[in-house]
Each structure stands twice: as structure tokens, then as C-alpha cells.
Design a protein around this ligand. Sequence first.
Ligand code: CS2
Length: 467
Amino acid sequence: MTLPRLQEASRTTWAPQVIAPSYLRGGEPGVLHLGLGAFHRAHQALVFEHLLSAGDGRWGIHGVGMTRPDLVDCLKAQDGLYAVRVADAQGLKWQVCGALWRLSVAARQRPEVVQAMAHPALRWITLTVTEKGYSPELGQLLADGLRLRQAAGGAGLTVASCDNLRGNGQVLQALVLAACPDEPLRDWIATHCAFPCSMVDRIVPAMSAPIREQAQAVLGVNDQAALGTEGFWEWVIENRFADPSDAAVLQSAGVQVTDQVPVYEDAKLRMLNGSHSAMALIGAVTGRACISDCIEQPHIRDFITRLIEREVAPHLARSDWRDYRDALLRRFANPHLRHSVHQIATDSSLKIAQRWPPSILGQLQRGGSIDHHALAAAVWLRYALGHAEDGTPYAIQDPSEALLRALAAGQQQAPQASVQALLARPELWGAQLPGQSHWVARVTHWHQRILEAGVDGAIRQLLQEIA
Ligand code: CS2
């Protein structure tokens, strides 16, 4: 039997336990979102959905896919609707999100996206374009839109980067200002627009066939854009808005508005994302498919716990980091998520510099252990060979794939030279870490252990040897 597609027209057939939009959808969106990946749809879109459901119609989203038309076409065929399964030890629920009111693809409809930035109803632009999206082209797209808005005499906008980059608001503002050719536009942006920094947190695996099948079974309709996520979410945003009254509105939906974003950002990037990158590489090389498959191994759990406690936490200002750690270990173990290690290992060359070096540098400065991060870095070199320890090949999806493969190729014959070549690259590690001899020595040490005993063997040795 072919089921009807998830659409407004099939509403009457949705299963009754599904949480559905209860407000009138449509009209002019107040938010333009760039980067329509799974994360946005299961995080901010649901915050805006909450506000829309509470009767504030200013938060409808014009969702813009940056390059891939397939997802946008799929969502268009579903009137912008998609289901989200929220599942963890606290329970399981399904929600259909109605916040996407309009859809475009930037690569296909650039003029439409630029025009949208000038519409009087627009109040916010949000972005989840991933680490590699912060290109001059992105700056130009925003600068072109803001120029049109300025020319039309429009009000300023809040432009919020929500990617896993340190100081993401400042990074974005600098990119936009660099793309503005003239002083008056730069002045207008500086005076009227706000670029708050944000820390966003929710584990949202990429779309998958099992979730689509479950959506079909539970909802009774065919949803090709269904997503799974966890109950936990945090959005901590800097108190810097084009319209200051937005602070209270966001707070009413559970968003934390603060001047302390770096405190949360550092903890999240180094504890969650830093552990994620380490486990992703370990899992890929040892043939474990998901983060939960890694963390359920006692030696990996101990390794990650110690990495956080010994090498990350001493450099954090987030005073409740222990609670965050406990929550994280539970979140990693969530059996519903099936969060693929290869998804997280994607673009490691851009992610790791945000996630590991601040802890390593902090530890070097205070003379503390760097062995957990050193072992993780050694696993990265092993990962770059492109096959697991049992010989199964995997794809390396990374803009630096060729470089990584070249650095990794000689590691059996000339291990020390390979480690040194990997660690010498400032584009992978930032400016300060390359050349730190103790760091090079420890990565060389753990790399040798990996060659001799495999990744699991090396982790067990570390746990035994470093009390
Ligand atoms: C992950 C993040 O793919 C990755 O690099 O570390 O997407 C992570 O799941 C989120 O930042 C959680 O908030």
C-alpha cells in the first residue's frame, strides 16, 4: 500500500499521538535560515516552532539549502513539513515541525535569497553552514542582501551564526564586513545589525532510512525528511540583538541569553565536540559504527572520561562542567541515536583545530598530561590510511583528504616522519601547537603503540600506564 505523503492535505491521517503545528502556517517569514541540514531542523526550527505555537507569528522560517537541491525539493513536496523523533531514556515522542514556510536553494536561486534579506518582515538571519561554509562567497551573499536592505531603508537584522566555531558571531561579522566594498554599508551594518555569538547543542544524526521507516510506521504517512534526535538541547546566545526585546522572547522558549557565551562555547566545543572527534576516529579505525558502540566499551568510556576530566576541564570556566560531563556520557550512550562515527569524522581537518588545541596548549602551559589528546591525534594519522584495522576500506570525506592520505601513507615505514609532518601543519592545529616538542614526542609515542598493539591495545596501555 502506498501511504500518502506528509503534507498539509494529509493532516487528518496523521497518528493522534503526534505533536502537530496548531497555528496558521504561512505568511511572510521573519527568519531567513542558511544551511538546511538536519541540525537546524531538529534544533532552532523547533525553538521557532515553539514561539509560533505560542502565537508569535514572527518566527516562520525561509529555509535556504546552500547547494543541494534534493532536500529542498523533498521538503517542498511536503509543504515544508517533516517529523522529528525525540528519543532517550526519558521517553520517545514524535513532532511534526511546521516552522518552514518557504524554501530555496542558494546555488540555484541566489537573487531570490538576496531579495529575501531586504523584506520588511524579516528580523533574523540564522546560519548553520558548517565549518567549511565560512567562505568569502558566504560573506558576499550576506553583504549583497544587507546592501539591498540598507537601500530600501529597512530596519537592522540580527545575524546569528550557529556553527561550531569559536566566537562564531565575530567570525561571521568579519566575513560580512570584508565583503562590503564601501564605508556607508559597513557603517550601516555596524550600527543597525547585531552578530551575536551562539553556542548550540543537540545531537542530531543525519537522515537515515530506519528513521524514515519508523516515521512511516508511526505517523501513517510517507515522510522522506524525517529526523531523529535526543531530548537534550541547549542554545546559549549573546545578549546582542537588533531588537533588544527578542531576548525575553527567546528566553520564554528556553534559550539562555547571556554575556558569557564563551564559557559555554569552550565547554561544549572541547568536551562534547572534542570527545566526539576522538571517538569518531577511534570508531572508524576499530570498526565501530556509532558513538554508542564506542562509549559502551569500558576502556573507551574511561579514556573519554579521563580526557575530559584531566585535560579539558582544568581550562574551562563553566562551573557546572561535572553535570555537563555526566549528561554527555549519557547522551553519547543513547541507543536511539545511532550517530555514525563516519559522519562526525567528516571534515576533521576543519573541526579538530576548534576542539583539541586549546586544551593541549593549556596543559602544556601548566605541565599537565597531554597523553589522551596525543593518542587521539595518533589515531587520526592511522585513520587517514582509509581502512579499518580489519582491512575494511572507508571513505575520507574531508577537504584535506589528499593531504591527509599523503601524510598517512608512509607511517609504517617512517612513523616518526609521518607524525612530524601531520603535526607541523598550522592549518590543522592552529598557529601555536606546531613545533611544541613535548606534544610531538607524545603523539609519536602513542602512534608507535598503535602500530604495535592496535588502537584498543594502545588505549588500554594508556589507562594502565598513566594512573
Ligand atoms: C558533531 C556535532 O558532527 C560533529 O562534528 O560533533 O555535530 C555534534 O553532534 C553537535 O555539535 C552536538 O551539539
